[in-house]
Design a protein around this ligand. Structure first.
Ligand code: MG
Length: 281
């Protein structure tokens, strides 16, 4: 099943996505579980789908999508996690996952505008697979890890390269307001038994710039969950963004920086297409 967070007539809602449209959960359901994160935490997604089978249905372009989880407790991102990207950035393969965090207001939802900051001309794209946590836990073993996953989504870890490289810390370059994207929706984990088989493709104005298999991750999803849960209790709705593959704009000759008006698409097989246009700050 696919679940999206969105606004309709300004009202925050969430619901079930089909090819025909989006069915919001019932008003009664939303009064009990006000957002997708709370429904994941209560393990009631199947009930959410049942209550959404009412008469109401909106076309995909009639709603304003929000980030899949608009209010995550954590967005943990993994850097340099594909060999193709490690090589193009001239880095050494890390012995442990390279982690940084993004704040929730650094990302937008499907079809919302990405903001190219006025402070830099080096705004870049990074297509990635996002893992949305379900059951909470600390010290989760890699063998148990996938039982803690609620689902998967596409992510654009939009990066302001010069700010990323000002120091050894990634925080500024990864947290410009509305510089990343998270969507279009969550596909529940039962529909993706082996995420390593997924294919990812990033397109800029229709041109393919990144293409590869999620199975090429240096640290795979169970290892990432095991590692992160050593230092924090992973909570429902927390997001682990697994890293990008080769083909980013900074590594091209000449570099390919995002410009106002560009259309960025991140497509993952079995999930969908996350599409955003770039506007100037
Ligand atoms: Mg990244």
């Amino acid at each position: 099943m696919r679940f999206a967070s969105f606004r309709i007539d300004g009202q925050r809602c969430y619901g079930v996505v089909s090819d025909r449209g989006i069915q919001p959960v019932s008003d009664q359901f939303i009064s009990k579980y006000p957002d997708l994160k709370s429904a994941i935490a209560a393990e009631v997604l199947e009930d959410a789908a049942t209550t959404a089978g009412s008469a109401r249905q909106w076309a995909h372009d009639a709603v304003e999508f929000e980030p899949v989880i608009p209010n995550p407790g954590r967005i943990l991102c993994v850097g340099v996690n594909y060999m193709t990207h490690i090589r193009e950035m001239g880095r050494e393969p890390p012995d442990k996952p390279v982690l940084f965090v993004r704040f929730p207001d650094s990302v937008v939802g499907h079809r919302q505008s990405l903001v190219k900051p006025s402070a830099s001309g080096k705004y870049d794209y990074e297509g990635e697979l996002a893992v949305i946590m379900g059951r909470p836990g600390r010290h989760i073993s890699r063998g148990e890890a996938m039982h803690h996953v609620a689902g998967f989504a596409c992510f654009n870890d939009g990066t302001v390269r010069d700010f990323q490289r000002h120091t050894s810390q990634f925080t500024p370059g990864k947290n410009f307001f509305h510089s990343g994207a998270f969507g279009p929706w969550m596909v529940s984990a039962d529909e993706i038994p082996d995420p390593a088989t997924l294919r990812l493709e990033t397109r800029i104005n229709g041109e393919i710039v990144q293409q590869g298999h999620v199975g090429d991750l240096r640290f795979d999803i169970p290892v990432l969950i095991e590692y992160c849960s050593i230092f924090c209790r992973l909570e429902p709705g927390d997001v682990i963004v697994t890293g990008t593959m080769g083909g980013v704009g900074a590594a091209r000759t000449p570099p390919k920086w995002l410009q106002s008006g560009d259309c960025v698409e991140v497509e993952i097989s079995g999930i969908g297409v996350l599409e955003n246009r770039v506007i100037a700050e």
